[in-house]
Design a protein around this ligand. Structure first.
Ligand code: PEP
Ligand code: MG
Length: 753
């Protein structure tokens, strides 16, 4: 049955449209279970009725027209219990519903399995048979496994269908897709789809009408690939052993065999562009090879994939066009990177929506600091249907509206105006100190990363840069920036803020911050080669960066250096020794005094060694984003578990408090630069813990300042004591929400007012 499982998923994924996918699914399940009928009912969320969406064995004339109320029949039992229902003789069940003309009365055996996605029942798949019998345990398990794997595909396909209808003129309902709110605000604009180059898996579907043009492009790409391989094989003829050279012959065979080309062409004639047609043909072949018994043949799957990539590279070279970014651009994609954002010309980007990612992904943090709207984790974002479409993003609730009606657009324009007014009113706070009603002051710093940030940060009244993420300079290039390039950028930021302090963090790539020119393939990237670990294995890169920072600091003296992802005292000492070497070397150039060196606390081991680290470092800065991820063992980038990523978790708050205490005991300044620092709900708790400074994205600084100026430090201490008595993150949030509401600061919580 395992083979059938793969085959069925493959067929459903590659079906031309949603009804065909469901019909294929019903037929394949009926055949595999050797049963007599298979039907699929999907829930219509608006009417709360199940609609017969495909059948093989019942009356097909009722497909699309038969509606069953969600509280009726055996369907309701399956949906309510969210469990399979396996009956020997269904008509004798008290809930059995007789439906005229369906032709179901001849069947007795019944197996119904719920289709569940993200805890929601989407529908039910049912197998039936005349003979009275219970379906075997393996049959039930097969159907459950199949449905689990198909649920996301069904969600995607259904959304595509819904969206296709929506963008037809004359439709008036607003289609809303749900995701994770990742950067607040409202964006109204036109989409541009982005996807990584030379990655076969990432090629999106795209419908075409000019078949001839796509066929010509394909043929040219195949010819160019053939020439490449022949040339490579000749060049390596002397140096490669015979066996290795056979690989080239095999490639040429595959390219010459008419079946691969025919297969790709058939997808093109069904309306796919050449790149996706290639992807489908290659994927089918890869699966066929992977299912082979013979080890040698099974391993050929990798060769097919490689050949596919080579053809794709030529296809992409030919179709590379300058992207025309609309005035109000909304990027959409499987995953959006910082580099994608940086590629949009200044002033044109209003937001992005992606299938992957979460509100704590680095790209979401970047969106917040740029003041654009973002919705991530939109599992059913139908990319291929949405290129160059009008969208509305609601970054407060994580909603994406496709081809909105004018009424909806009007409503959102009003919301956008309200946000603008709130921001405007907060500007009055710009020159006032972040001081409590009983005279306690705290430093408010800004998190920056792109050079464009400097102006905004100064405008909102920050007292310096609490975290300059240097990796952005590395991520927006196609090679490592030279030492001089780095020096110029660092100098700009240091002089823009001088004499205010600027804390520059050394390179923190890895995890969800890849460098296209320095690929790191790992099973667990967040637990792998990341941050300081890379710097210590590449001292030449690390020292070049430190040199660039120290030279940029000459005559300004406002630089501090911060080390990310430190997990032990040894790592800190090793990094410090490398930094000292650079400092000594630069003495001849009369550089500035030694910049203070800080350590980020973002790994649990560092919390427990905070005192030892504080003794050796000049200052401490807590990275609550990663600390939350590692303390709660929840990937900050994974939309499936985003619901349990919460920096208000009592364990995280205790870790923060403990770290502040350790720094205080060593008389070292302590700050926090994770996203929690910019959350007005957390402000009073952080103030009470004794942080010397909070570093947040520019847009949050006025909000945080507003809270600080309304409360006394004494009151904050009481609130912290109360919060730490509570045992769950949600209770702590509720407590803080109620506090701000009572103080008349509810507007900060409901950005929509
Ligand atoms: C953090 O982890 O809290 C932090 C500030 O670093 P980054 O978000 O860049 O990983
Ligand atoms: Mg971090």
């Amino acid at each position: 049955m395992h083979k059938s499982l793969r085959r069925i998923i493959d067929e459903v994924e590659n079906a031309v449209d949603f009804p065909t996918a469901l019909a294929t699914l019903a037929r394949s399940v009926r055949e595999t279970l050797e049963t007599e009928a298979c039907s699929i009912f999907l829930l219509d969320f608006r009417t709360q009725e199940y609609v017969l969406s495909a059948t093989d064995g019942l009356n097909t004339a009722l497909v699309g027209t038969l509606h069953v109320k969600s509280d009726q029949g055996l369907l309701s039992i399956i949906a309510d219990t969210e469990k399979p229902l396996n009956l020997e003789d269904a008509p004798t069940h008290p809930n059995y519903l007789t439906i005229p003309d369906l032709g179901e009365e001849i069947y007795h055996a019944f197996l119904g399995v719920p289709i569940i996605y993200n805890r929601q029942v989407l529908g039910v798949i049912i197998a039936e048979q005349r003979q009275r019998r219970r379906y075997a345990e393996e049959e039930e398990a097969f159907l459950v496994t199949l449905v689990t794997q198909l649920a996301p595909i069904i969600v995607q396909a259904e959304a595509k269908e819904m969206v296709a209808e929506q963008i037809e003129p004359g439709k008036h309902d607003d289609t809303v897709l749900l995701g994770i709110p990742s950067a607040p605000g409202v964006a109204i604009g036109e989409t541009v789809m982005v996807y990584p180059a030379a990655d076969l898996e990432a090629v999106p579907d795209k419908e075409i009408t000019d078949f001839d043009a796509e066929i010509t492009i394909l043929k040219e790409a195949i010819n160019a690939t053939r020439e490449d391989i022949l040339e490579l094989s000749e060049r390596l003829a002397q140096s490669l052993p015979e066996a290795e050279r056979e690989l080239f012959t095999a490639y040429i065979h595959m390219l010459d065999s008419t079946s691969l080309e025919k297969d790709i062409l058939s997808h093109i004639t069904q309306g796919q562009w050449a790149q996706a047609a290639l992807r489908q043909a290659i994927q089918t072949r890869v699966r066929q090879f992977e299912e082979m018994e013979d080890t040698y043949l099974r391993e050929r799957a990798a060769d097919v994939r490689d050949l596919g990539r080579r053809i794709l590279a030529h296809l992409q070279n030919q179709t590379q066009v300058e992207i025309d970014y609309p005035k109000q651009t909304i990027l959409i994609g499987e995953e959006i990177s910082a580099a994608d954002l940086a590629r949009v010309p200044e002033g044109r980007l209003v937001g992005f929506a992606s299938i992957q990612g979460s509100n704590n992904s680095h790209v979401s943090i970047l969106a917040r600091s740029l003041g654009i709207t973002a919705v991530t984790g939109v599992a059913n974002l139908p990319l291929s249907k949405l290129d160059h479409t009008e969208l509305i993003l609601d970054g407060y609730y994580g909603h994406v509206y496709v081809a909105p009606t004018s009424v909806l657009r009007q409503e959102f324009l009003i919301l956008a105006e309200q946000k603008r007014q709130l921001d405007e009113s907060l500007k009055q706070l710009r020159d006032l100190p972040a001081e409590t009603t009983d005279g306690h002051r705290i430093q408010l710093m800004v998190n920056a990363g792109l050079d464009a940030d400097a102006g905004v940060a100064l405008a909102v009244g920050s007292q310096g840069v609490g975290l300059f993420r240097t990796e952005m300079t590395f991520m927006t290039r196609d090679r490592f920036p030279s030492e001089e390039e780095q020096r110029i950028i660092y100098r700009q930021i240091l002089s823009a803020f001088a004499p205010r302090p600027v804390i520059m963090r050394t390179l923190d790539v890895g995890g969800d911050k890849p460098l296209s020119y320095f690929p790191i393939e790992e099973k667990n990237p967040f637990l792998g080669w990341r941050g300081i670990r890379i710097s210590l294995t590449h001292p030449e890169l690390f020292q070049a960066q430190i040199r660039a920072m120290m030279r940029a600091n000459r005559g300004l003296n406002n630089l501090s250096i911060l080390l990310p992802m430190i997990s032990s005292v040894d790592e800190f000492a090793e990094a410090k020794a490398l930094i000292d070497e650079v400092y000594d070397e630069l003495q001849a150039e009369k550089c500035t005094p030694r910049p203070p060196l800080g350590v980020m606390i973002e790994v649990p081991s560092a919390v427990y060694q905070a005192r030892a680290l504080a003794r050796q470092a000049d200052f401490i800065s807590i990275g609550s984003n990663d600390l939350t991820q590692y303390l709660l063992a929840v990937d900050r980038n994974n939309s499936r578990v985003s619901g349990i990523y919460d920096a208000f978790h009592p364990a995280v708050l205790r870790a923060l408090k403990q770290t502040v205490r350790a720094a205080r005991l060593e008389k070292k300044p302590v700050s926090i630069c994770g996203e929690l620092a910019g959350d007005p709900l957390a402000t009073l708790l952080l103030l009470a813990m004794g942080f010397d400074s909070l570093s947040a994205s520019a847009s949050n600084i006025p909000r945080v300042k507003w809270v600080i100026r309304r409360f006394s430090k004494e009151r904050a201490k009481t609130l912290l004591r109360e919060a730490l008595q509570l045992e769950t993150a949600s209770k702590i949030r509720e407590h803080m929400e109620a506090t701000l509401e009572q103080a008349g600061l509810g507007g900060l919580l409901h950005a929509r007012r």
